[in-house]
Write a protein that binds this ligand. Structure first.
Ligand code: SAH
Length: 219
């Protein structure tokens, strides 16, 4: 496991949590997870100094690691319980998967770029997040073999709610995703699957990289 923060690091980490609280994150388990996961290990070397700033940062393959506030907000809105099995679409750096892994029993995360999937798998294993499995593939199709999932989080913007993922959500389950046109206005949506049908709630406005179909042909 990473070394605990010391000296200046500690101040940086306290400031990081303070910003999350000021922006309205109140769930102490979520704040604890944000405190525990060392974000500096998930960003590119060139951006280590900005690891705890409340901003999205570039990662390989033209993708981004989401802004800490959005990671914390989506996690909080997912209402995780310790026994939950979670599916994440869009592993990217693996940071969101690491946060989810502190709050749920098991996390399956799917990424369409081989480079990102491999790097995230190694990073998560090295840091000791043993309840996360990273899979290479098209997240739009989900992971039918491992369904149903109690919770699903999509971390790339979808123009429509992916039907295969709705089908893989357990009854009573929640799914959160950014919805909207790829270069336009997007907002987070929370879908609750009930016996009687789907309930959809519109949450905050966001900006995410696009959810693209198929495994990436590039590495
Ligand atoms: N959750 C990530 C941020 C992801 S950025 C983190 O914590 O770092 C969105 C990611 O979704 C990108 O890595 C992108 O390649 C991936 N993605 C986009 N469409 C996808 C799809 N159909 N299946 C799997 N991953 C996809």
């Amino acid at each position: 496991m990473p070394k605990p923060p010391t000296g200046d690091d500690k101040v940086v980490r306290m400031q990081f949590l303070l910003v999350l609280r000021q922006r309205g994150i109140g769930d102490t388990a979520v704040l604890r997870a944000m405190d525990e996961v060392p974000r500096e290990h998930f960003v590119e070397n060139a951006f280590v100094d900005a690891a705890y700033a409340d901003q999205a940062l570039p990662i390989a393959c033209g993708q981004t690691i989401s802004q800490p506030y959005v990671v914390a907000y989506m996690t909080e809105q997912l209402r995780l319980q310790p026994q939950h099995r979670v599916l994440e679409i869009g592993t990217g750096s693996g940071y969101q998967a690491a946060i989810l892994s502190r709050l749920a029993r098991e996390v399956i995360s799917v990424e369409r770029y081989r480079t990102l999937a491999n790097a995230a798998r190694i990073r998560l294993a090295t840091l000791g997040y043993n309840n996360v499995e990273v899979l290479l593939g098209d997240g739009v199709a989900g992971v039918p073999d491992k369904a149903p999932f109690d919770r699903i989080m999509i971390t790339a913007a979808a123009e429509n709610v992916p039907e295969a993922l709705v089908a893989q959500l357990a009854e009573g389950g929640l799914m959160i995703l950014p919805l909207g046109p790829h270069n336009g206005s997007q907002h987070l949506v929370r879908i609750t699957k009930r016996e009687t049908g789907l309930e959809q709630e519109k949450l905050i406005g966001v900006r995410f990289v696009p959810l693209l179909p198929g495994q990436a042909r590039e590495l």
